[in-house]
Design a binder for this molecule. Structure first.
Ligand code: PMP
Length: 403
């Protein structure tokens, strides 16, 4: 696609402010920013009702979920979305198999155990994901209520085989619950096609909004678990309190349980609209969105290689497309993050407790992928940061990889 004058003006404007390339919150589009800057609407205003109702419908399309699934858009964070899933699905004593790929799986384990679940962890070395065979073995050991996993672990840049995990869980009649906080609308997901029961996310990552919304889509089968739950969740997290509100907005009626984040709902509508574009069917729109993330991630990985950098994930098939977790080269440490910041680009340090000081993270999701000049700006800043840390690098060759 050719660069328009508006693209150029936008990129020039952006170059004066630091470019945010951490794995969330991410840079948002002009359209989302405008929506998020609207005067706060009432939760019963016609404009809000329309935006909310449309967003609920659009969430099913972005998640590629079944018509009878229930989307939820609740004020909160990714952590709250995780707690919502746990509190509505798990009773004390339920057996859960948890795929552990890093920092956020560990958080999920703590939540499940606090709920009284009997958690079996299937882990891999940091930077890797356990094999489907290992997960299958854990599920075979005893009847299991649910399999929980993190689609992309933001601490290591590791992506699990979501489709394969859902298949294995189904074979054992266990639910599949995926934390998609660092994946939704960036990594391929076919919620209905793959048989995922609950897929949750937060607004500030690949879905391209400001922070502040906990977003979940729940299948009919998973909703039924809530009905049979012996220990109900806290009221503020309860699907049975929230569902009538979501249903009312979808029917374009006002509703109230707890005041929604009305301004963010306007942003949600704008963001989902942008993701879905004007393609006739959602699968086409989502495929092109996933492809954009995959192509950009591939080009960036080539650029990192040219700069002499290696990735933390152990293999290509467990490497996420939404971020790069990059090992510091010999002789370079955490000062690289500051050196890149001095070049006008904000990247994130390591997060995995065992490896924190051995790598840094670059997020590449959402609107920034439509701005080639900013993707190049990020590569240049990493190259210049490496030079400032005493490395000899060929920045032009790395830039050529992302052009
Ligand atoms: N899960 C994953 C995979 C995440 O990346 C994050 C946030 N980095 C969370 C959960 C928690 O989300 P939040 O910070 O919005 O609570």
């Amino acid at each position: 696609m050719g660069r328009t004058k508006a693209d150029h003006a936008r990129e020039t404007k952006m170059s004066k402010t630091p470019l945010l390339m951490i794995p969330g919150p991410i840079e948002i589009s002009d359209r989302v920013r405008e929506a998020a800057s609207s005067p706060p609407p009432s939760h019963v205003s016609p404009a809000l009702i329309e935006a909310f109702g449309t967003s609920i419908e659009q969430m099913r399309r972005v998640w590629l979920a079944a018509a009878d699934s229930q989307p939820f858009a609740i004020a909160g964070s990714g952590t709250i979305a995780m707690d919502v899933a746990v509190a509505n699905l798990v009773d004390p004593g339920d057996r859960i198999v948890l795929v552990d790929t890093g920092y956020f799986s560990e958080r999920m384990r703590r939540m499940l155990e606090r709920r009284g679940a009997d958690v079996t962890v299937v882990a891999a070395a940091p930077g890797d994901a356990p094999s489907l065979e290992d997960v299958d073995t854990a599920l075979t050991a005893a009847p299991t209520h649910a399999l929980f996993a993190t689609h992309v672990d933001t601490s290591t840049g590791v992506r699990v085989d979501a489709r394969g995990l859902a298949e294995v869980a189904h074979a054992h009649d266990a639910l599949t619950v995926l934390d998609g906080v660092c994946a939704t609308a960036g990594e391929e997901l076919q919620m209905d096609g793959w048989g995922v029961d609950v897929y949750l996310t937060a607004s500030q990552k690949a879905i391209g909004l400001p922070a502040g919304l906990a977003l979940l889509v729940v299948t009919k089968r998973a909703m039924e678990i809530r009905h049979g739950l012996k220990n109900p969740p806290p009221l503020s997290l309860d699907w049975l309190e929230w569902r009538p509100v979501m249903q009312a907005y979808e029917e374009r009626r006002p509703a109230y349980f707890s005041t929604p984040a009305t301004t963010l709902i306007l942003a949600l509508h704008a963001g989902l609209d942008e993701i879905l574009g004007d393609a006739d069917d959602p699968a086409t729109a989502m495929t092109s969105r996933f492809d954009l993330h995959a192509r950009t991630a591939d080009a960036l990985r080539t650029a990192w290689g040219i700069l002499g950098l290696t990735l933390l994930p152990a293999r290509r098939d467990v490497t996420a497309n939404t971020l790069s977790a990059i090992s510091y080269p010999d002789g370079v440490g955490t000062e690289l993050v500051g050196a890149i910041r001095n070049e006008g680009v904000i990247v994130a340090p390591g997060l995995h407790p065992q490896l924190r000081d051995t790598y840094f993270r670059v997020g590449h999701m959402g609107d920034v992928l439509t701005r080639p000049a900013d993707v190049a700006r990020c590569v240049r800043a990493v190259g210049l940061g490496l030079r400032a840390c005493g490395q000899e690098v060929d920045i032009d060759a790395a830039l050529a990889a992302v052009e």
